[in-house]
Design a protein around this ligand. Structure first.
Ligand SMILES: [Mn+2]
Length: 330
């Protein structure tokens, strides 16, 4: 793909990120619009994403970015650039049909390529071995020999820090890129701080109450915590896991005729016990509370109308039996 040529021909490009755009998406979008303006100063780029994440908004705030990002669909462009996604579905329901001409669509992404990616865009830079789109953006700036200013370096480093979870997922190249961005003027400390988000006051109170009300069950070497609160159950489950539980189940009665259950477990808990919170725990609990339950192996929930305490007792019973089963088998 000859990116310089594509960008110099386009006067009205649309730069899109995936829905609920995270800092990797938003920061690569803004970096891309600056790259475009360097190549084609007369053109007017539009940035667009179906909703920005709360953290992305904080990053925009901290780095005092004035770049406007449209959150409503509009479609009158001569080139579409999709960043941090290679699937139309990920753009959001009202946005997925905007990239309509593969000849005029560019995809730059680090996710595994979709089988139909060729039908969406003829121009692609999909590097699934990279940990973030912002890293690929650094490659592009360097390939085109365009200097990265310090504010853009801040953004790209913040995006990389977010997607690598502060360099947990990383390799030599990612570290090199990080160093290059710092040399270009990125403020590492500020980037790290830009990604720190404190839950709001009521969420923090809910988490503390869940810990205060917790019951602790010890099966084999596992620590299972159950608790009852009426708001932020999922966040409180994560709080109990962070404090040391292997699995946490929290029930709540947000309103008189409503029962809600939430659960989380560590990856190790699932790998060693094979207990899938969705199918093994929340699905049967859904029936007890007169509703439905399900979800993923490590994160699941249920909604119903009754029998809150019976459901929590049953959850403990089911986990106990499954743990004993797993121990007997090994
Ligand atoms: Mn990403």
């Amino acid at each position: 793909m000859n990116l310089r040529e594509l960008l110099s021909k386009s006067m009205k490009p649309l730069i899109m990120g995936h829905q609920n755009a995270d800092p990797d998406a938003v920061c690569s979008m803004i970096a891309f619009s600056r790259l475009y303006k360097t190549i084609n100063p007369k053109g007017t780029p539009t940035l667009m994403a179906d909703d920005l994440s709360r953290l992305s908004k904080q990053v925009l705030d901290i780095f005092e970015l004035k770049d406007e990002i449209l959150e409503n669909p509009e479609a009158d462009y001569d080139l579409v650039i999709m960043l941090d996604t290679n699937s139309k579905l990920q753009l959001g329901t009202d946005f997925q049909d905007i990239p309509s001409d593969p000849n005029k669509t560019i995809i730059i992404d680090h996710h595994e390529p979709n089988p139909d990616v060729g039908a969406i865009a003829e121009h692609r830079l999909v590097k699934s071995e990279r940990f973030s789109t912002c890293e690929i953006m650094v490659d592009i700036f360097q390939d085109l020999e365009i200097e990265i200013d310090s504010n853009t370096a801040d953004l790209l480093l913040a995006g990389i820090l977010f997607d690598t979870r502060r360099f947990i997922y990383t390799d030599l190249r990612t570290f090199q890129i990080g160093i290059e961005l710092i040399k270009s003027g990125a403020d590492y400390d500020k980037c790290v701080k830009s990604l720190r988000i404190r839950p709001n006051r009521s969420e923090r109170i809910a988490r503390l109450k869940a810990a205060r009300n917790a019951r602790i069950h010890l099966f084999d070497d596992w620590v299972i915590a159950t608790s009852v609160i009426n708001a932020f159950e999922a966040s409180a489950c994560r709080g109990l896991i962070e404090m040391g539980a292997d699995a946490a189940i929290i029930g709540g009665r947000p309103t008189k005729n409503k029962v809600r259950l939430s659960s989380r477990s560590t990856r190790e808990f699932y790998e060693k016990t094979n207990i899938n919170l969705g199918t093994d725990i929340m699905a049967p609990l859904g029936k007890i509370i007169g509703g439905k339950g399900g979800g993923h192996a490590n994160a699941a929930g249920a909604n119903g109308t009754k029998n809150l305490s019976e459901a929590l007792d049953k959850a403990v019973e089911l986990i106990k039996a499954a743990v004993e089963n797993a121990t007997a088998e090994s």
